[in-house]
Design a protein around this ligand. Structure first.
Ligand SMILES: [Zn+2]
Length: 383
């Protein structure tokens, strides 16, 4: 016999409900057998997993998408995530863990659940009355917790003058009500704002403004991205590499080796025909390191135009299966007796050399001096 009271504070109600509906296994039930919701369907692990989790049929399982799409501060998003999973540390929950009493600090004799704090407590009711249109009150105040979250993530209940009402607005309000509840319960300051909805309104507006400014800033930064050559440390040489592929075809890579004063040591371009951009980037790194090693350089600053490649080389992981062999070969090279520091840095010369590969028929071309097609780019890179 399962003692549900003992475990109800540890698992969300939706999970408990699923557990309750499952008959515990017993020898008398006979041997195991494969059962699928659609009897004529062929078995696959993915299908069985989705069917078991009911990803497609249960609305609450789709909440996570809506929650992570909310245009709100990260802390608000995380708060709603906890709410959706019924994980808020309400007094009822804390009391279930044998700590404190379960009653609302504001009401005194009502058990404090998440729904009470965020909707039914007189303090919350006052806030919602000022925001939610009267024609929606019946549904808004009479559904259970899961339904309440669900309708608020999908629908708008704002009054006519609350034009900016959205799921984000609802989420910000919930978070603010929780903040007020914490202030009352734990803080020394028990003075509550007379018009909390003004504060909520201001928070929503401020966030919207910051987001639009941030987007603009990102766009400006993108335009001004500096891809000039980064000077290596004294006594070191630099290798800049780049790889590209358009739709998996015309894949190519290129790279340039330069001394600490920017002088040309060597360059290369390689036609790779068909592979992913990631594999092309790996090829650039591999060929660049091989040239540097063969020429006896032992202090290398490797500047790679791919954050993914930099990350893969910095960890023990081997990356995706299509680049696995290259990653292992590069890591073997890196383990030799030399110093190689790797950083993420885009470079226009490496990019131009990679593009030269598309013009050549051969496999790999090594340039002992700067090729004419890249000369302007090479000089511009130094200043
Ligand atoms: Zn209350």
């Amino acid at each position: 016999m399962v003692n549900w009271r003992e475990i109800e504070c540890w698992l969300p109600a939706s999970y408990l409900n699923k557990l309750k509906a499952i008959v515990p296994a017993h020898a008398s039930h006979g041997p195991d057998q494969c059962v699928l919701p659609e009897a004529d369907r062929e078995f696959s692990v993915a299908y069985a997993y989705n069917a078991l989790c009911e990803f497609k049929t249960e609305a609450s399982d789709n909440h996570w998408k809506q929650v992570w799409k909310l245009q709100v501060q990260e802390r608000v998003r995380c708060f709603i995530w906890l709410l959706v999973h019924d994980r808020l540390a309400t007094r009822k929950r804390i009391n279930n863990m044998h700590m404190g009493d379960p009653y609302c600090y504001h009401c005194g004799d009502v058990i404090e659940t998440a729904l009470h704090v965020l909707r039914d407590c007189p303090l919350a009711v006052r806030v919602w009355y000022n925001m939610v249109d009267t024609k929606y009150w019946e549904i808004f105040f009479n559904v259970n917790m899961q339904q309440w979250v669900d309708i608020n993530l999908r629908m708008c209940f704002g009054k006519e003058d609350v034009k900016q009402w959205s799921a984000a607005y609802w989420a910000t309000t919930c978070h603010y009500l929780w903040f007020l509840r914490n202030k009352m319960t734990h803080g020394s300051d028990n003075v509550l704002p007379t018009r909390p909805w003004d504060e909520i309104h201001m928070r929503c507006q401020l966030y919207a403004q910051l987001v639009s400014k941030d987007v603009m800033k990102q766009q400006v930064n993108k335009c001004l991205a500096d891809i000039r050559w980064k000077v290596p440390k004294e006594g070191w040489i630099s290798i800049n590499t780049d790889g590209a592929a358009k739709g998996g075809t015309c894949a190519r890579c290129g790279g340039v080796l330069r001394g600490e004063h920017g002088e040309w040591i060597s360059g290369f371009s390689k036609n790779l025909e068909v592979c992913s951009a990631y594999v092309a980037e790996l090829w650039g790194v591999f060929e660049g390191l091989k040239i540097a090693r063969a020429r006896g350089f032992r202090k290398i600053e490797l500047q790679v135009d791919s954050q993914v490649v930099v990350n893969t080389l910095a960890t023990d992981r081997s990356g995706s299966s299509d680049g696995w062999t290259l990653v292992h070969n590069i890591k073997r090279l890196l383990e030799l007796d030399w110093e190689v520091s790797i950083l993420h840095e885009a470079n226009s010369v490496a990019d131009a050399l990679a593009n030269l590969a598309c013009l050549s028929d051969g496999d790999m071309v090594v340039y002992e001096s700067c090729p004419p097609q890249v000369r302007n780019c090479f000089h511009a890179d130094l200043f």
